[in-house]
Design a protein around this ligand. Structure first.
Ligand code: SF4
Length: 262
């Protein structure tokens, strides 16, 4: 629930105070996402440069957009979601780069950092796989896989081939674990592990996400019964507490003292 207006106001303030570069972080491949959602990142980056130039009076401000492929994780509302295929993520990021550069005057001040979609798909396999995926990991290792978190060592074909060899005889596949949406009744491999969050609450939150319904911060609203506080014996600080948690105005003690004659 952070609007683009909030973002532009904040970066304008930072540029006005002398900062010359901002970095913005995004994810690509979120459920229900379409090309246009990602292409709007280019408009936002261009607007950041415009705002930075206006606030600083300089042309050399920079905006770096850093984008990771979205990987659904257990114990989150997206544990049922279909992960986007690497071809979809890569194609969206290519279109985004073209759109950023389509305005040369603004685009030359925008940098882009992103990873290919393929490692994210393997991360998705490891994140939501069950014990059958252990065979894939062992096979990749036996065939020379080491330090796969380093791009120069990562081999996507090795993972694809090992998945085909080990999973298909068992009636499942790399896609079955990653790009397939699960339904509510499916028993998930981590359902016996208690993270404190209730499954029904996670499902409702997943439905809210699909419908684009925003969820308020539970410190300022009635409790949504997600289950965490009772499960962990926690009482979170609920508001409005009347206490200002962060100083919203800079306090200058020297000036303050001078003003009182101290
Ligand atoms: S108050 Fe605690 S139990 Fe209620 S929604 Fe927030 S974190 Fe969950």
């Amino acid at each position: 629930m952070v609007s683009e207006e909030d973002l532009i106001r904040t970066v304008s303030e930072a540029f006005a105070q002398g900062w010359r570069q901002v970095k913005l972080y995004f994810m690509c491949g979120l459920p229900t996402e379409e090309d246009d959602d990602v292409l709007q990142i280019a408009d936002m980056a261009h607007n950041v440069i415009r705002a930075g130039r206006a606030a600083s009076g300089r042309n050399d401000v920079r905006c770096t957009i850093s984008i990771g492929g979205f990987v659904p994780k257990p114990h989150t509302p997206f544990q049922w979601a279909a992960q986007a295929h690497p071809d979809v993520v890569d194609s969206r990021l290519r279109k985004l780069r073209d759109k950023v550069n389509s305005n040369r005057k603004l685009g030359r001040n925008v940098g882009m950092r992103y990873h290919d979609g393929e490692p994210s798909l393997i991360e998705g396999l490891l994140a939501r796989g069950d014990r059958r995926v252990g065979r894939v990991i062992e096979r990749v290792w036996r065939e020379g896989g080491r330090f796969d978190g380093w791009s120069e060592h990562f081999s996507y074909p090795r993972w694809v081939d090992a998945s085909a060899a080990e999973l298909e005889p068992l009636g499942v596949s790399l896609e079955w674990f990653t790009t397939r949406e699960r339904d509510r009744d499916e028993v998930l491999p981590w359902d016996h592990l208690d993270s404190g969050l209730e499954r029904d609450w996670l499902w409702d939150d997943w439905q809210d996400a699909l419908a684009g319904r925003e969820q308020d911060d539970c410190r300022w609203t009635p409790c949504f019964d997600c289950g965490v506080c009772p499960a962990t014996g926690t009482d979170i600080e609920v508001g409005p507490s009347g206490t200002t948690l962060l100083p919203l105005t800079v306090v200058n003690p020297i000036r303050g003292n001078a003003g009182t004659g101290g």
